[in-house]
Design a binder for this molecule. Structure first.
Ligand code: HEC
Length: 191
């Protein structure tokens, strides 16, 4: 009797174990499929998660490269470069705001003046996707700026929720007030 109970417990345990492996395997397969790659062996849970994280390179080539070009060089006089751009490697809140809501009017990039309009991408991209593409452009073509987290994008989206048109450079260079990225204003020493 005791043996039978034990045996049953083992069998039940085994069934649940197999079920878990099956579910995990399917999730991994779907994730890998979504990324357009193929993994023959089931992945460990950590890798399975990585396979589902948004791919900054893919978002860039799909949504941004048509204007800013595959190597981030831009197009002279029309689309500003992202390689070596202070807009990309500088203040993270400002960069996130450009991607979320767009940018219009005169701007300076690498000593050149541009005067166009970039459409907003905040509606098309989730926070994690904005973070992935922002991190991608901060880390390529010689750019070496720290990664941008999903939490920072979420914070900027909340802080600018009422924004419904592209920014101007003037607005962004004077109103980027994200507490985590800006030093507090120095108190005036004038009387
Ligand atoms: C249809 C063309 C177009 C697309 C697509 C586009 N941009 Fe832009 N982008 C522009 C233009 C034009 C400007 C300059 C706007 C101005 O002159 O005020 C700009 C400016 C920028 C800037 C600030 C200036 C600089 O060169 O650093 C960043 C950063 C940027 N874009 C990132 C992106 C990212 C990331 C994507 C994809 C999610 C993207 N852009 C998609 C046209 C585009």
């Amino acid at each position: 009797m005791k043996n039978l109970v034990n045996e049953r417990a083992t069998r039940v345990g085994l069934c649940f174990g197999l079920l878990a492996v099956g579910v995990l395997g399917w999730g991994t397969f779907k994730g890998a499929e979504g990324e357009g790659s193929f993994h023959a062996a089931p992945l460990a849970p950590r890798e399975a998660f990585a396979a589902q994280a948004p791919d900054g390179a893919k978002i860039y080539s799909t949504l941004c490269a048509s204007c800013h070009q595959a190597q981030g060089t831009g197009v002279h006089g029309m689309f500003p470069p992202l390689a070596e751009s202070e807009w990309v490697t500088g203040d993270e809140a400002r960069l996130i705001r450009v991607i979320l809501h767009g940018l219009t009017g005169e701007i300076q990039v690498k000593g050149e003046t541009y005067n166009g309009t970039m459409a907003p991408f905040g509606g098309a991209l989730k926070d994690a996707e904005v973070a992935a593409v922002a991190t991608y452009i901060r880390r390529n073509w010689g750019n070496k700026a720290p990664a941008i987290t999903t939490a920072t994008v979420a914070r900027e989206r909340r802080a600018t929720a009422s924004r419904n048109k592209p920014w101007t450079a003037k607005e962004l260079n004077t109103t980027t007030d994200a507490p985590a990225t800006r030093a507090p204003a120095r108190p005036s020493t004038r009387p």
